[in-house]
Design a protein around this ligand. Structure first.
Ligand SMILES: [Zn+2]
Length: 162
């Protein structure tokens, strides 16, 4: 099993800039496999590299039996909106209502360096948007109102102390 662990807010690595991936070698493929294993071990819908302390533009998502690897991803189109409760492995126990686009198109590379265009709707669109936010240092609590954020931070601190 992996020696890496999930970084919990307010770990500063969650806010650091993330570098583009340029080398698609065996070590990188192993790293992506390790990310997937950690995501499944923690029952996550997705996981971004900074969440395990690696400042690289990589995320993985698993939804309805399919796995998605997003390397250097970019949202090229989005439409509509959806509001629903959202969680994050870096905020265990915290769930907040977040508004996201209902449909998005993402351009990304896979772990082999092949270009992929991914169309997503509903929960999968939410997951992609959430993980891509991580690669910009943007977190769940940044997507809610300042008032909700104050409550959410206090609630999360209480959860951590419990
Ligand atoms: Zn997250």
């Amino acid at each position: 099993m992996s020696e890496r662990t999930i970084r919990i807010y307010p770990d500063p690595v969650l806010r650091e800039p993330n570098e583009e991936v340029t080398v698609f070698d065996e070590a990188f493929k192993e790293f992506v496999a390790e990310m997937k294993a950690l995501m499944y071990a923690h029952d996550g819908l997705g996981l971004a590299a900074p969440q395990i302390g690696v400042s690289r533009r990589v995320a993985v998502v698993a939804h309805e039996g399919r796995e998605y690897v997003l390397v250097n991803p970019k949202i090229t189109a989005s439409s509509g909106n959806q509001t629903d409760e959202e969680g994050c492995l870096s905020f265990p126990g915290l769930f907040e209502k977040v508004t996201r686009p209902d449909r998005i198109t993402v351009e990304a590379l896979d772990e082999e360096g092949n270009k992929r265009i991914l169309e997503a709707a509903a929960l999968l669109a939410r997951a992609f948007a959430h993980e891509i936010d991580h690669l910009e240092g943007v977190l769940l609590i940044d997507k809610i109102s300042p008032l909700r954020r104050t409550f959410a931070k206090k609630k999360f601190q209480r959860l951590r102390e419990a």
